[in-house]
Design a protein around this ligand. Sequence first.
Ligand code: CTP
Ligand code: MG
Length: 180
Amino acid sequence: MADFFTEFWRALYFVISPYAANAFPPLAKGKRPIDFGKNFIDGKRILGDGKTWEGLFSGLAFGTLCGNVAWIFYDELNSMALNHGFSLPYISPLFAFLLSLGALVGDMIGSFIKRRLGMKRGEPAPFLDQLDFLFGALIFGSFITEITLGMVVWSVIMTLIMHRMANIIGYLAKVKKEPW
Ligand code: CTP
Ligand code: MG
């Protein structure tokens, strides 16, 4: 059980790049769709207007940047972890880039699935909307570092809670109409 709780810190360190990569694109106000406005063989958009090149590149840049900041503090943070009998996953600058890419590819796969199901851009798909980027990052991450079950469980919990909180704050700040 003690191991399960230390996994929280490993998950928290792991999600820095993916979170940054996923949070930035909406701010980019992109106009150029990644699918170039083209349809898939089913006659529906491949990805839709919600996935843009501007969002992709700015997300990659910001995710990599934030991962690099976390990397600068790796030795310091990891020695604290070692004092408590565990270690943090090592995320080099290259790994930070790959985790960001994983997050953005996961988000694109989420949109690809929504379009195949006939869902419009922005139409809510519970869990898929919140977790697609995270699973993309976890899958890419599994090729570069050890991803434990505890990290998966904690990162899913964190992401669902963060998403709820962000929506409630958006509602209180009157940026969003509904608190979900
Ligand atoms: N965004 C972008 N490029 C990306 C990812 C996101 O420009 N590669 C921007 C878009 O403005 C998008 C917003 O971030 O509307 C929020 O992203 P998301 O919720 O993933 O897209 P949705 O608009 O909800 O579209 P979808 O139904 O495809 O999920
Ligand atoms: Mg959405």
